[in-house]
Design a protein around this ligand. Sequence first.
Ligand code: HQG
Length: 182
Amino acid sequence: DEMNDHPHISKFLSYILRHHPESIGITLDSDGWVEIDLLLAQAQKHGRGISRQELQETVDNNSKKRFTVSEDGCRIRAAQGHSTVQVSMNLAPQMPPDVLYHGTATRFLDSIMRQGLQAGARHHVHLSADRETAVKVGQRHGKPVVLCIDAAAMHQAGWAFYLSDNQVWLTEAVPPQYLAVV
Ligand code: HQG
């Protein structure tokens, strides 16, 4: 099926490209890229036979555009969400919109309003330019609540913001004074 988004392959690629490339004996470069031929060969060796076409369909049909293939078609990377791997992604700091949103679960609110938003296992806190995306992200964790981030004030104070290949806004942390419950 040409619209197949291959959710199992997507989960596998997220695991490898965000968290544990070493589990199939590959390393990512500092921008998070790996040669597709090498990735597929090593996956095969570890019992995950994936064709080049299945990989391309997974990339093209992924609802969140989680993976980016390089312009020459030879390399792939996860757009965001990295944890343990040492990747910088080499994203240039960007001027954020004045307001950004973060969706979370209500049970995290007290802690977040005390400590601010923290990246936890990931390299960055994930923010979105629209409220709807934040609601969806929050729903993954429980009863959703959306926080408004005063990105203009943060930017003014010197915090760097980055925009991932798939339009997720990233920053190191968000101190409580820049947060409000919508
Ligand atoms: C919460 C998905 C207590 C934070 C989405 C979140 C996103 C705190 C959870 C991407 C806290 C971490 C990332 C604090 C933050 N006290 N809780 N001080 N600071 N939290 O999954 O943003 O499907 O690591 O609110 O679309 O939910 O993976 O982050 O609830 O873009 O492609 O700690 O993951 O994309 O959870 O989601 P996560 P997230 P993918």
